[in-house]
Write a protein that binds this ligand. Sequence first.
Ligand code: AMP
Length: 566
Amino acid sequence: MVVSADARTVRSEYLVPMSDTFADIGLGADLVAELASLGYEEPTPIQRAAIGPLLAGRDLLGQAATGTGKTAAFALPILQRLADQRPAPGRPLALVLVPTRELAVQVSEAFHRYGRKLGTSVVPIYGGQEFHRQVAGLRRGAHVVVATPGRALDHLRRETLDLADVRMIALDEADEMLDMGFAEDLELILEAAPETRQTALFSATLPPRIAAIAERHLRDPERILIARDAAKPGSMPKVRQVAYIVPRAHKVAALGRVLDLESPTLALVFCRTRLDVDELADRLSGRGYRVASLHGGMSQAERDRVMSRARGGTVDLLVATDVAARGIDIEHLTHVVNFDVPSSTEAYVHRIGRTGRAGREGVAITLADPRAHRLLRNIEHATKQRIAICTVPTPRDVKAHRMDMTRAAVRDAVVAGDLDAYRAVAEALASEFDPMDVAAAAIRLAHEASEGDGDGDAHDEPHIPVIESFARPQRAPGRAESSDMVRIYISGGTRMGMRPADIVGAIANEARVNPRSIGDIEIAEGYSLVELPARDVDHVIRSLRGATMRGRKLKVNRDLGIRPKK
Ligand code: AMP
C-alpha cells in the first residue's frame, strides 16, 4: 500500500519490510501485551498509517478493505484513548457505525479481544435483536457502542442512547452503509454527536458521495489512500497465481484438496498470526503432510533446525508468519500459499516473489474469505496481473488425480523395463488368472500404497459450500437438472472486467435468489450467460434491469442465441 498523508506522500518502500512495532507506533503496554498474546507480530500497513494520527486526536479518512486489519486500526486507538474514562448510563464515549449485524458482532468481539486488560465495555446494537436487551446494555454504561445506523437512530429517537459524551466516532465500511441506503441516517447520527468529537471514516472505495460526507463531517483529516500505481512495472515475479474463495471454516479442507492436486515439493504457507501458524501446522500434519512451522516467537536455534530440515527435503510444508519468513532464503520453493489474503499489495508481492525463482515456474495460491474478495481485487489492480479464481477440487477430483498419478507411475515403470525379477511372478499368476485381472490387482496395490504416504481417503470430507467458488457455482446434489434451467443473457463480459462474482453478487443481492440455485455461468468477451431455475428467471431479469454490475447498467434478457458482433 502506498500511503499518502495530506500533501505528504509516505511511500513505504516497495518490497522492503517495515519493522515498526505496535509499541513504536504509540500503543501502551497493556494493548501491546494483548496483541502479542493474540499472536500478532507486527502492525499491518493500514494500522501503521492510522494508529499514530488517531492517537494524536486527528480525524482520518482511510481507504481500506476487509482483510487489511482496519478494525484494529480504529479499535486500538479508541481503546487506548478511552482507557481511563468512565461512561455514564446511556451515554457512550465512542460510537462505531457498521453496515450489517454480522459486522456489528464481529467488531464488538474485536473490541472485547483487544480491550480485555483495559476493562472497556462494548455493546453491539443492531436490528433484529430485542430492544430491551440493548437498552439494558446501554443503561449499564458502555465505553463503546457498535451499531448499525438504523438501530442507532431508533435508540436516539427513543432517548435510550445519547451521544452528548461521544469523543470518537468510527464509520466502518462507509461505502456499504451508503449502498444499503443509510445515507440519511448517518447524517442524522453525525449531527447528534458533539462537533468536537474525533471522526475516522473507513471505506473500501471512495466515491464522490463518501468524499462529500468526509468534507462535511471530518476536520482536516489525515488521508490514507491506496495509490493506483503500487507496483513498479516489471517488478512482478513470473508466477502462476490462483485464488479460491472459501469461508474460513472450510479453508483447511479446501487447502488440503488443493495441495493434494498441486503436489508441492516444498510450499511456504503464510498465516496472519502466530496462533494461526500453530493451528494450521497441526491440522495439516493431521492430513499427512510433513509440516514445520516458523514464527517470531521461536529462538534462532529452533529456526535454524527448521530451515535445515526444509533444505534437507524432509519437509513438505513450511507454515510461517511474514515476520518469521522475512529473514530466510529458501531455494526450490515450488508453491507459496496465502492462507488469508495478505493485508497489503506489498506483502502479497513480497510473499509470492519467493517462488518462481531461477526460471522455474512458481505457483501462488490464495485462499480468500468471501469478505476479502475486494482486497484480492485491489491486489490485482495494483499489480496489473490476473489472479485466476478457481473452483476448489471436489473429493472426486482428488481421487481422479491420484489415479492419474498411479497410471503415470505404472506407465513409467513399463517404459523403464528392467522387470525380469517380476516377470516370473506375473507369468505364474497369469497361468492361473486372467492377465487383465492380475494387472488390475497389481495397480490397485500400487495405488493404495501411494495413498499411504499422502492424505488418503481417511478424512471425512466436508461439503464445502458453493460460495467456495465464485468461478463456477456447482449444482447442489439433487437439484433440478438443466431441463428446468433457463439461460439469461447479460450485455457485459470480460472486456469490462466482469467476473462470476459480480453476477452471483448481483443476483443474490438484487433478486434475493439463493446463489446455490444459480447454474453455469459463462463469461465471454462482450456478454455473459447465466443459467437459472426457470421459476426465477423473470424475477431475476426484472431485478437486474435497474442494477449495476461493475459500475454499469447492462441489458438483461432471456438468452435468444443472438451474440454481439466483435
Ligand atoms: P480486518 O481487516 O479488520 O477485517 O482484519 C482482518 C483480520 O486480520 C482479522 O482476523 C484480524 O484479527 C487480523 N489482524 C488484524 N491486525 C493484525 C495484525 N497486525 N497481525 C495479524 N493479524 C491481524
